[in-house]
Design a protein around this ligand. Structure first.
Ligand code: DOR
Ligand code: ZN
Ligand code: ZN
Length: 428
């Protein structure tokens, strides 16, 4: 059994401590621990976090291995400090049967870089017409608890109601991509001053907010859990705040890009900024940050959406929507939330590990950094400053909006059940 001693890291940003890993488990947390035969990782000045958990990752396999595979996506996840990711169902074929979710689950096991928890589709083929085999996916080896048609909205209220009723039986959750389809026909960017000036089809905030309002009411009516993907507007925050004030089982996520970027960037017509939901206004960005700080928004989720350059290096209207995010997520959260004083590192552990694991009912992740727990850990150097260079990404895709941008912080080490997947910022 191999032992590792992480020496002098600030655990969750608090006091400097030593953490001894023995095999797959945290054996001891304390001061002046004896190294003995353990490999020592000197971590003074660094922050030790529980391994990050992403509730929203597009791994693209099966079917779009030109964008990403489970292997390349989990490598990117490890580099970003993640020890578990939830894989979205909009693959080819769609992950709407036990067979497909088990395939993704098995590929995750084989990758060895990061645990992969498949998400199942809500409807057959993501077509929004007929419920998929939710029970069979839950009962499968993949043990699916999160269901989503992400990329598309479950817009039929009856289907949404049935899905909420169904998952309630096993404490599952429906993760909604809130986008009223009729209100967003032909939409190319946020509807507002910039879209009017550029003459691009606008994507109104109400298209997101009307679905969220409906779904929190449906979740309350059914007494089930609903999770809202990638909140992007100040109005969405108000609805979730109201639903939570009622005591309803509503949770929400925000992406790093919606915490940092605005629709002003679309003036460049660079499709790297094209994403669904679209980048919104400064006022929205500030409302999202505040909501993540006060707990209205539960967690950060990357919506890592890799696309090959043919699908992004083209004119705005033709470009695919989405951006990669796993390898930059923690740095963007440091810049927007920690360095601004809105949350501390314990808050980051909460928003990027504890809460997403709880929402996904994921076992073995999002656990405290204490003796007896699985050694899923992430070590961050918050003082690091570097420019984002997509050429160095572990992801197969390069569609980052941060190319050349200076971002703070770097994941130096990631440990998955006691095994280093990242050492000194590089894949082990
Ligand atoms: O920008 C996005 N890209 N939003 C989605 O909802 C889907 C995703 C994708 O699959 O590319
Ligand atoms: Zn989505
Ligand atoms: Zn997505």
């Amino acid at each position: 059994m191999s032992k590792i001693l992480i020496r002098g890291a600030k655990v969750l940003g608090g006091e400097a401590q030593d953490v001894l890993i023995d095999g797959e488990t945290i054996a001891e947390v304390g001061t002046d621990l004896e190294a003995g035969d353990a490999t020592v990782v000197e971590a003074a000045g660094q922050i030790l976090l529980p391994g990050l958990v992403d509730l929203h990752t597009h791994l693209r396999e099966p079917g779009r291995e030109d964008s990403e595979t489970v292997l390349t996506g989990t490598k990117a996840a490890a580099v970003g400090g993640f020890t578990a990711v939830h894989a979205m169902a909009n693959t080819f074929p769609v992950a709407d049967t036990a067979g497909v979710v088990e395939q993704v689950y098995r590929l995750g096991k084989e990758s060895g870089y990061c645990d992969v928890q498949p998400i199942g589709a809500v409807t057959v083929g993501l077509e929004g017409k007929k419920l998929a085999e939710l029970g069979a996916m839950h009962d499968s080896a993949a043990g699916v608890k999160v269901f989503s048609d992400d990329g598309k909205c479950v817009d039929d209220a009856v289907i949404m109601r049935r899905a909420l009723e169904y998952v309630k039986a096993f404490d599952g959750v429906v993760a909604q991509h809130a986008q009223e389809p009729r209100l967003t026909e032909g939409a190319q960017m946020n509807e507002g001053v910039v879209s009017a000036e550029l003459g691009l089809g606008g994507w109104p905030a109400v298209a997101e907010e009307s679905i969220i309002a409906r779904d929190v009411l449906l979740a309350a009516h059914v007494g089930s859990r609903v999770h809202i993907c990638h909140l992007s507007t100040a109005g969405s925050v108000e609805i979730v705040r109201w639903a939570k004030s009622k005591g309803w089982n509503v949770t929400a996520e925000v992406t790093p890009h919606h915490l940092l970027l605005t629709d002003e960037l679309v003036r460049s017509y660079n499709p790297v900024y094209k994403v669904n939901p679209p980048l919104r206004t400064e006022a929205d960005v500030l409302a999202l940050r505040e909501a993540l700080a006060d707990g209205t928004i539960d967690c950060v989720a990357t919506d890592h959406a890799p696309h090959p350059h043919e699908d992004k290096d083209c004119e705005w209207a033709a470009a695919a929507m989405g951006m990669v995010g796993l390898e930059t997520a923690l740095s963007v959260v440091q810049q927007t939330m920690v360095d601004t004083g809105l949350i501390d590192w314990a808050g980051v552990a909460d928003r990027m590990s504890f809460r997403p694991a709880q929402i996904g009912r994921l076992e073995g992740h999002g656990r405290p950094v204490s003796a007896g727990e699985p050694a899923n850990l992430t070590l961050v150097d918050p003082a690091y400053r570097g420019r984002v260079d997509p050429a160095g990404f572990a992801s197969r895709s390069r569609n980052t909006p941060y190319e050349g941008r200076e971002l703070p912080g770097r994941v130096t080490h990631t440990f998955l059940r006691g095994r280093a997947t990242v050492v000194d910022g590089k894949l082990a």
